[in-house]
Write a protein that binds this ligand. Structure first.
Ligand code: OGA
Ligand code: MN
Length: 297
């Protein structure tokens, strides 16, 4: 598909990457404000493909933030160890600290970032979860460190009837503090706990733009399901995550430096594959605030 970009005179090229989701977009410079028609075309592509990959976009943090703000206001993370000192809207997905030093596996930030190796969707623990995330690969690994995305519309459509019955009309709890039970991360301060009390969210949701239904889980934050024993809830979330991880539903992104990858948190999950922590990996994320409470589906 090719759409004229009136402002720059260049062409927006959209190339699907996987039958389930993901498209590569070229012909646009994300460092510059988007012309209204380019924004419209990009937004439509985002709704159609769920994950957009923009290669060769060497954006500064300020440019990344400006690009992201065209889609909505940005989250500022509630933990100091994660956000960038220079730009609080930047969430640092990195094994390198703010001063450029490689951290060890035992560092609490690395332990926390490594939890992204399990399926999740960003900020699902907020009363209004994030709309989307925009991640800039600044220093990328040669091996491992791939980011995998799952199309949760398709996962929804593939739910076995008995499973659908189990979750229809139910809510799952999403608790940021659940992370502390999964890895030796830095203990949360009282302020951090109070900033993010647990929330209950429908397990089936309707996308506010496309109107399509998807499965809404976020396994690293889910610690309970309404009306279910804790063990059963954890087992059900694991079973759902396994379904979401089937080849037919996922696009695997292998990073090149200066890729920008943008995903819709309302209808996808993602996880990163393990990598050798002796390699530097520096990724900066801007996170778009959700456009409203989750709509039950
Ligand atoms: C994230 C995330 C995966 C990665 O940025 O939200 O989970 O590739 N990142 O590190
Ligand atoms: Mn994430």
């Amino acid at each position: 598909m090719s759409i004229a970009n009136d402002r720059t005179g260049s062409e927006l090229n959209i190339r699907p990457l996987h039958p389930a989701l993901g498209a590569e977009v070229s012909g646009v410079d994300l460092a510059r404000p988007l012309a209204p028609e380019t924004f419209k075309a990009l937004h439509q592509a985002w709704m159609d493909y769920l994950v957009l990959v923009f290669p060769g976009q060497a954006l500064s943090d300020a440019q990344q933030i400006a690009f992201a703000r065209q889609f909505g206001a940005l989250e500022v993370h509630h933990q100091d160890i994660i956000k960038s000192r220079a730009a609080p809207e930047i969430f640092r997905v990195s094994n390198v600290d703010d001063d450029g030093n490689l951290m060890t596996a035992a560092h609490p930030s690395v332990a926390q970032i490594s939890l992204a190796q399990r399926w999740h969707t960003d900020s699902s623990y907020r009363p209004v979860p994030s709309m989307g995330s925009i991640l800039h690969g600044i220093e990328v690994t040669r091996e491992g460190g791939e980011t995998w995305f799952s199309n949760m519309y398709k996962v929804h459509d593939a739910l076995p009837a008995a499973t659908r019955q189990q979750i229809e009309g139910r809510k799952a709890r999403h608790d940021f503090a659940h992370l502390t039970t999964l890895a030796p991360i830095k203990p949360l301060t009282e302020a951090e706990r109070q900033a993010m009390p647990p929330v209950w969210q429908p397990m089936l949701r309707r996308h506010p733009v496309t109107g399509r239904k998807s499965l809404f889980i976020s396994p690293i934050y889910n610690d309970a399901i309404e009306g279910m024993a804790a063990d059963d809830a954890v087992a059900l979330v694991a079973e759902l995550a396994e379904l979401a991880g089937r080849d037919e539903f996922i696009y695997r992104h292998r990073w090149s430096a200066d890729d920008i990858v943008m995903w819709d948190n309302r209808c996808t999950m993602h996880q990163v594959t393990p990598y050798d922590l002796a390699q530097r990996r520096v990724m900066h994320r801007a996170t778009i605030i959700g456009d409203g409470p989750v709509i039950a589906g």
